[in-house]
Design a protein around this ligand. Sequence first.
Ligand code: T46
Length: 132
Amino acid sequence: MKYKLLKFNIMGDDRGSLISLEQSKNIPFKINRVYYIYGTKTNVVRGKHAHTSLKQVVVCVNGSCKFLLDDGLKKEVIELNSPDVGLYIGKNIWREIYNFSKDCILIVLANKQYNEEEYIRDYKKFIKTIKK
Ligand code: T46
């Protein structure tokens, strides 16, 4: 699976909404790391890299932003703007994240701990890697 949108069930009642994320249930891997991104300046582009082994699910719990996803053959733009939708991104997908709203908050679940060595931050190297 390269990337995919996941729809989460909302456990709503008259007090409001609740969404639960559980490994190997609605998250398709064992969760080893959680991080969040907030306060991103609206003119900033984040990402601009791929991962050689990491799997992640990104949820935009507030506000909105756009993901450019590139598997080396085709590019697609996906807007995240809803807390009941997760974007699964597998390994070897180049991503650029932009058009952040001022109030954008991303929560990211990852299957591995942070390791800079599995980042590919150079686009030409990314294309070479996926051609192998
Ligand atoms: C992705 C998007 C949504 C850590 O120390 N630990 C961590 O877990 C992470 C993710 C980052 N860092 C350090 C490494 C850098 O010095 O925090 C700094 C910013 O990280 P990065 O340049 O990776 O941030 P983004 O926002 O460009 O990308 C991150 C993820 O790396 C990426 O996989 O999809 O968030």
